[in-house]
Design a protein around this ligand. Structure first.
Ligand code: ADP
Ligand code: MG
Length: 237
């Protein structure tokens, strides 16, 4: 609403996104790098009607409520919401783009990491990151309905460590019902979602092998395999 008013006043303009800026497409959204700010990504609905239409606006509204409730305090384990924007593809929601510290490229999703290097799950650096992610997410005290591995980015840190960050699936369709539940029960439910999807680690591998067909995700040019292979070639030199 405010954006529309500002647009009419000529105060804020429409941001032009193009395929070169595409990071990835999920089941219902497309995610682009902000053309003027490489640390921000913009999510837009992939379709105007039907499945997933309106998902980006609903997510923006949810984050606006959450941020108000938290006095604008940033999340630690969830990618932070940075406001609304109008784009040539319609309504956009801005979030912190999760970037690998070692090369400044968008971080890969956990699902793809499992596909490329399944042994990662067994490493200490991954186990440490997973425990920290669970601890931080429980502390954020926001119920997250969808902790599946395509909604989690694995950020490579400068010191060789990993950080897991949730980039989608915050909130719950039956949120109203959840709000009436005592906080300690909510915490227990959070642990339940974790055990259902990703904890302990071997569940991750089962998830990857058994449910692969239900995974709808495509990398864009900014996250393509070719770049990774180029990286490997550089290392071999
Ligand atoms: N904040 C972010 N940082 C890095 N990559 C992101 C971010 N948000 C989304 N992505 C990428 O875009 C993909 C699709 O985004 P997502 O919000 O999960 O869309 P959908 O609602 O369609 O599932 C993600 O799986 C991830 O690869
Ligand atoms: Mg998703």
């Amino acid at each position: 609403m405010l954006n529309t008013l500002l647009l009419n006043e000529g105060i804020c303009s429409v941001i032009t996104l193009n395929e070169e800026l595409l990071i990835a497409s999920g089941g219902v959204r497309r995610v682009y790098r902000h053309p003027e700010n490489p640390k921000i990504c913009i999510k837009v609905d992939a379709r105007k009607d039907g499945r997933g239409a309106g998902a980006t606006l609903a997510e923006a509204c949810l984050f606006e409520q959450l941020m108000e409730r938290r006095n604008q305090m940033d999340f630690v384990a969830i990618s932070n919401y940075r406001g609304r924007v109008e784009t040539n593809f319609g309504f956009g929601a801005m979030f912190d783009l999760i970037i690998d510290e070692i090369n400044g490229r968008p971080s890969q999703i956990l699902m793809k990491m499992l596909e490329n290097e399944p042994q990662l799950v067994e490493t200490d650096r991954f186990k440490t990151a997973l425990k920290r992610f669970r601890r931080d997410l429980v502390q954020e005290a926001v119920l997250c309905r969808d902790l599946r591995p395509w909604n989690i980015c694995v950020q490579k840190l400068e010191d060789g460590g990993l950080r897991l960050i949730l980039i989608d699936g915050v909130g719950h369709a039956r949120k109203k019902w959840f709000e009436r539940i005592k906080p300690f029960v909510q915490v227990k439910m959070h642990y339940y979602f974790f055990s259902k999807y990703i904890f302990p680690e071997k569940r991750l591998c089962e998830f990857y092998t058994k449910r692969r067909s239900r995974y709808s995700w495509k990398p864009g040019p900014l996250l393509s395999e070719r770049l990774d292979q180029h990286d490997k070639a550089d290392i071999n030199l």
